[in-house]
Ligand binder design. Sequence first.
Ligand code: FE
Length: 170
Amino acid sequence: MGRFDTTPEATADVGQPTPTLSEGPYFKPGSPEESSLVENGSGAQRLLIAGRVLTTGGQAISGAKLDFWQADENGVYDNGGCRYRGHQFSQQDGTYRLETVLPRVYTGRTRHIHVKVSANGMRELTTQLYFPGEPGNAGDRIFNERLLLTNLQQSGNTLEGSFDFVLAPG
Ligand code: FE
């Protein structure tokens, strides 16, 4: 049993919505519904991010749409297709689980993953998740420590981290 077999503890700063961050140039609408973005046969470092979608009052939000996009293991976004782009919906208990690979750092930024989170009656959140311990964090001009993955650790061949999204009322 891994530690994501049970409902993760709330780690978000519940009470305050998750900070927004710029969308950047590489968002594309129409990503596939897919919670695993890992390509067959990929030798890249596996990354698992899990957590919940919550209201500022700490209530779980089910059916929230989480749309992730990121650079691949070579630091490249797929702007023609849908590699490392995918959306999923939070479960009844607000949980989500993204299986992907560690994005390579690309010039001008520290390591990050983009996401949009939306739910009925809530303000759409566009933000980016950061990795603790990255040398580039301090020099990233839009870095926000409240957007760091928590509990990041290597488990077998997978790097596992947590993040809870807190949505503001719409
Ligand atoms: Fe980016």
